[in-house]
Design a protein around this ligand. Structure first.
Ligand code: AMP
Ligand code: ZN
Length: 113
């Protein structure tokens, strides 16, 4: 999608600090980190949010969850980490391209809402 920030990051027309890429998945460092390690993992196919996951496109989501532990290991997050996806306005989703935050590198607050 031409006007999507994360599609432009995947295309390389907007720079990013890439940590991982394969045929279907891209991962890069969050520009405003909320923890010592804060990485966003996204599908290369444009999906708006978790709400857009279907039986047809869910294999890419499964693949993202195979990639996440590889990234966590490469980042040295052996003490644990959090995976978050904000979906829609009430969750505070600001970029409408499905993304999973990997947060770690310190003990994280337990607050969920
Ligand atoms: P969310 O609020 O869950 O939609 O998450 C969007 C995330 O994208 C936020 O944590 C932002 O800091 C991050 N973000 C926005 N623009 C960029 C960018 N150009 N490069 C890296 N991360 C970004
Ligand atoms: Zn997009």
């Amino acid at each position: 999608m031409a006007d999507c920030l994360f599609c432009n990051i995947i295309a390389g027309s907007i720079p990013s600090n890439k940590v991982y890429e394969d045929e279907t998945v891209f991962a890069f460092r969050d520009i405003a980190p909320q923890a010592p390690t804060h990485i966003l993992v996204i599908p290369k196919v444009h999906l708006d949010s978790v709400d857009a996951v279907t039986p047809e496109n869910s294999p890419v989501v499964a693949h993202i969850f195979e990639v996440i532990p590889q990234i966590a290991k490469a980042e040295g997050l052996e003490n644990g980490y959090r995976v978050v996806s904000n979906c829609g306005a009430d969750a505070g989703q600001t970029v409408r391209h499905l993304h999973f935050h990997i947060l770690g590198g310190k003990p994280l607050a337990l607050e969920m809402a």
